[in-house]
Write a protein that binds this ligand. Structure first.
Ligand code: GDP
Ligand code: CA
Length: 316
């Protein structure tokens, strides 16, 4: 089977660990990954979602902090802060910085982001092909009102520095209109046996992927069934602040509202948690076949069972 997963960072990584564990020998797993969180810091191109997924699949991620590499120091970051370079509230560990330096060097040599990503990933047998959604820079910006007045800031500044505490008035996927799907992205969607939407943030992780011209059309047009998993369980986003993003675009923080946001054209199936079992009948009647099963990624084994159920729903 060829399984293609659309994913953001940490939630996407947890789901992909399960998909990989659920796969049979010979199955091919491709992840189309959000690059809207990418940012240039200290002259280096940083790709938070690609790196979160890579480190998690390679088993070298820091599971306690939730980002970066395990057992890394922050000596370089402290030097940069002393010089006033970069964002002091966005610490990059020394091993993580190694990846950003390597990637930036390859990009400066003229390689595309897809090839740079392939080279970074080739260091570990991760069992998943990682594809940036686009090779052109697309950056999620947040329009908001700060004490000093109206402002537009990078998504990571809003998320990490402000902890999404200042209401976002609008998200802008800067550069999306002029971007093209990355190498292999459309093929991965069109040639798949099943396409799965990870329970990643619908607005700022899956949203930018869908904003790359041609991607939504490919998902609607592909013969492959497209099945999504709800990031909202019982009205709450797990391990994240997705509610704040949904509020900004006027979508309720419910499994039902997120499914309707993606819509029946895009979705051929939707998985919700038993806490939201009440919405399955109406959603199914409205053209989105919906099943309830526990959606908490409590272990890799449990996440693999969830992935198998998503694939089974796709095959129905
Ligand atoms: P980020 O880019 O690191 O913010 O990560 P993602 O966008 O990929 O994933 C964040 C989303 O994953 C959150 O909004 C959560 O709702 C969702 N999530 C995290 N853990 C779980 C889980 O165990 N089950 C489900 N269904 N969703 C989860
Ligand atoms: Ca992210």
């Amino acid at each position: 089977m060829r399984i293609t997963v659309l994913a953001g960072g940490v939630g996407g990584a947890r789901f992909l660990q399960g998909v990989r564990a659920a796969a049979e020998p010979g199955d091919e797993i491709t992840a189309v990954v959000n690059t809207g969180d990418d940012v240039t810091l200290a002259g280096l191109r940083v790709c938070p979602d690609l790196d979160s997924i890579l480190y998690a699949l390679a088993g070298v991620n820091d599971t306690e902090r939730g980002w970066g590499r395990a057992e890394e120091s922050e000596r370089v970051s402290a030097e940069l802060t002393a010089w006033g370079v970069g964002w002091p509230w966005f610490t990059l560990g020394d091993l993580d910085l190694g990846a950003h330096i390597a990637r930036s060097a390859w990009l400066a040599e003229g390689l595309g982001l897809a090839e740079a990503t392939r080279r970074l990933a080739s260091r570990w047998p991760i069992g998943v092909e990682l594809l940036p959604m686009s090779e052109q820079p697309v950056e999620t910006h947040v329009h908001l009102t700060l004490p000093e007045g109206p402002a537009r800031i990078h998504f990571e500044e809003w998320w990490v520095r402000h902890r999404a505490g200042v209401p976002a008035e609008r998200f802008e996927f800067a550069g999306a209109e002029a971007s093209r799907p990355g190498p292999g992205v459309l093929e991965a969607i069109e040639g798949a046996d099943a396409v799965l939407l990870a329970p990643s943030n619908p607005v700022v992780s899956i949203g930018p992927i869908l904003a790359v011209p041609g991607v939504r059309e490919a998902l609607v047009g592909t013969a492959a069934p497209v099945v999504g998993l709800s990031p909202i369980i019982g009205g709450r986003a797990l391990r994240g602040m997705a509610e704040a993003c949904l509020r900004t675009i006027g979508v309720g923080a419910s499994a039902d509202a997120v499914a309707r946001h993606y819509g029946p054209e895009l979705l051929d199936g939707w998985l919700v948690d038993p806490a939201d079992a009440g919405v399955t009948e109406r959603l199914t009647a409205d053209g989105i076949p919906t099943l309830a099963r526990p959606l908490l990624f409590s272990s890799v084994e449990e996440t693999a069972a969830i992935a198998r159920d998503a694939i089974a729903l796709a095959q129905r």
